[in-house]
Design a protein around this ligand. Structure first.
Ligand code: PBG
Length: 326
């Protein structure tokens, strides 16, 4: 038997040589930490479907933001959880200056200044009494254009509260263009848009719905994308880029790496990917049972998302990862 000419194993023999030839490196600065801030609680409240995560108080989210800044994490993405009685048909507490989300944005920005990128979720589902991402038309469908007008108000209120970036996640057509012109008209030319450009109607958002106390009955299939569609991801990302998105996002991440790679190959702006609640929860739950190594699995999943083309990764494990990557 002749010896193989190529022996790829040579570059795998020691940790040092593997490190030398690694094609993908994950850095804490490219991670974004999503957090939940709840109104009307005095202590952080554990989220049972997201082991290790809590709904924050205004005080605890400020502490979490400082930890993220100290760990070198790139930024923080804020979601608001209102008191159930404050929900209404249009989700108006979502853009109120004294609503929980805008208070959280202001508190975190005050805490971290410009040391961390402060990002506000721009969507109404946490604040509507029916749980949909916008206002409903007579026939019960989500009214695209009426909803976009409310997103503009919400985005402007978030800029006023101190957000560096607003992050429209509702999948209404034309939302990015409308928000861009609304921000500009209000004098917020420097507030950017991290657009959920490619977002699928996914079963992997389950734990998030518990985390925000969602009132949703049914699903979001008339506005979020069909998981069967790949090409459509290119269209959605291209549209958001044309409409003025500063960063485009693909969501979920791990089961959509093909879509992420397509978007990354074509985008002229940075590309983010969101490892969503269900993706995180599956790893965390299996690790709790001793079925999987938490650190190894989360590190591998994040590396795969970056390998597929993400410049930025939203992950609930951002703080842990920042520690491990050090
Ligand atoms: C909507 C929104 C959702 C998530 C982020 N923004 C839920 C949805 O679309 O139903 C899910 C994130 C996750 O599962 O981690 N504002």
């Amino acid at each position: 038997m002749s010896s193989p000419v190529r022996r790829p194993r040579r570059l795998r023999t020691t940790p040092a040589i593997r490190r030398l030839v690694a094609e993908t490196r994950v850095h804490p600065a490219q991670l974004l930490l999503p957090v939940f801030v709840a109104d009307g609680i005095s202590e952080p409240r554990p989220i049972s479907s997201l082991p290790g995560l809590v709904q924050h108080t205004l005080d605890s989210v400020r502490a979490e933001a400082s930890r993220a800044a100290a760990a070198g994490v790139g930024g923080i993405v804020l979601f608001g959880v209102p008191e159930p009685d404050d929900k209404d048909a249009s989700g108006s507490v979502g853009w109120a200056a004294d609503g929980i989300l805008n208070r959280a944005v202001a508190a975190v920005r005050h805490e971290v200044g410009d040391d961390l990128v402060v990002i506000a979720d721009t969507c109404l589902d946490e604040f509507t009494d029916h749980g949909h991402c916008g206002v409903l038309a007579e026939d019960g469908t989500v009214d695209n254009d009426a909803t976009v007008e409310l997103y503009v108000r919400q985005a402007v209120s978030q800029a006023e509260a101190g957000a560096h970036l607003v992050s429209p996640s509702g999948m209404m057509d034309g939302q990015v263009a409308a928000i861009r012109s609304g921000l500009d008209l209000a004098g917020h030319e420097d507030v950017g848009i991290l657009a959920y450009a490619v977002k699928y109607a996914s079963a992997f958002y389950g734990p998030f719905r518990e985390a925000v106390g969602s009132s949703l009955v049914g699903d979001r299939r008339t506005y979020q994308q069909d998981p069967a569609n790949r090409r459509e991801g290119r269209l959605e990302a291209a549209l958001d880029e044309l409409e003025g998105a500063d960063i485009v996002m693909v969501k979920p991440a791990s089961h959509y790496l093909d879509v992420l790679a397509d978007v990354a190959a074509r985008a002229a702006v940075p590309v983010a990917a969101y490892q969503v609640s269900g993706e995180y929860a599956m790893i965390a739950a299996a690790a709790e049972r001793g079925w999987i190594d938490r650190q190894a699995a989360l590190t591998e999943a994040t590396t795969a998302i970056v390998r597929a083309g993400a410049d930025i990764v939203l992950t609930y494990a951002a703080l842990d990862l920042a520690g491990w990557l050090r």
